[in-house]
Write a protein that binds this ligand. Sequence first.
Ligand code: UD1
Length: 421
Amino acid sequence: MDEIIIKGGRSLSGEVVVGGAKNAALPILTASILAKGKFTFHNVPKLRDIDSIMELLSTMGADVDCDGHTVHIDTTGMNHYEAPYEQVRKMRASILVLGPLLARMKKAKVSLPGGCAIGARPIDLHLNGLSLLGADIKLEHGYVEAACKQLKGAEIYFDIPTVTGTENLMMAAVLATGTTVLRNAAREPEIIALADVLIQMGANITGAGTAVITINGVKKLKPVTATIIPDRIEAGTLMVAAALTQGDVKIKNCDPIHLKSIIHKLEKAGARVQVFKKSVRVKGQKTINSIDLKTMPYPGFPTDMQAQFMVLMSVANGFSVISENIFENRFIHVSELCRMGTDITISGSHAMIKGVVQLSGAPVMATDLRASASLILAGLAAKGTTTVSRVYHLDRGYESLEKKLAGLGAAIKRVSVKKKT
Ligand code: UD1
């Protein structure tokens, strides 16, 4: 088991390059199920969640090969339609195989993901949409079993804009007969990235990135070579690191358009942000202003950046309120942050944060992916040493974050620790 040890107090400076987006790569890799042949994907981040989806595709009979940040997938011999519990429990996004499996094999058996640390996260909207497309769906022995003769286009209205739900339905509908209209669809950049790859494969999709996506089914799709878009959450996390440490950091290979809500909030908090075509430069100031924020579906402020902003507000000048509107249990990082001297009170979906002058380093435990990032950020700003354990959560979604931060001057290292008996 690894731990990350940080000696806080250093100001970050220099340049850092953002990797490919986990949340774009996951659905795009599963989209390979939709066509027989050889796919190549570039700029795929090296993450545990990506390993999990590659392992799942291999289990289903695909030939998967990884060379640095390039992934080759040959789906010619794919013949299994089951995503077993042992694999789905490692990563909820495994549910993304459901739509493409149904579309290609007319059958799918995918373990129900179950709850996770940040909330119940149901998949009812995925299942409801697929049954409107004509799939016969049964829930038995902890599995979703879905089958169809042929999916047929339909009007689908999402009660809540769900990201993976929109992706699953889009992938199911591309090979359905007739027209599917997804209403109240999620508008995240990762949805556009997936649609772009599907279109390149021969799909007929319009409206991705808006709340109404129209898909005219086609008979067959072809394999492609594509590049994964930059990770806006990794970029945002590095931007907060710069603001928090009064640093001066240029974050390269990002898409500033995807970062608008984050830039807006950082500027309100007092940081100076310069925007270039494919990079942003963040200069932190001595005084951090306290601001309120609410997490919302894109283009609102991302829930995946909530924990990181909470750390920034923990050392801001005054009170701030952070409201979490996407997931019901996404404040689990708070108790660990409080061990580092933050002053945070939770009331339902609101966190009241009173800025303190100085955080103090402590041994803390990562509880989920973004919570781990927030603890590392807190460690950068704290006085003394912070040890973050259970960093396997971090490795699900950040590639070598500690190396990137060390490259910017942070005193941070990863150590291997023998399991205590
Ligand atoms: C995706 C992202 C995750 C991000 C989240 C919200 C991936 C792989 N993961 O997760 O990093 O935090 O979007 O931006 O892209 N809901 C239902 N029923 C459903 C589906 C969702 O009630 O069938 C609810 C959820 O409980 C949640 C809200 O809808 O309250 C949004 O969740 P959703 O967009 O589906 O999140 P994910 O796609 O799981």
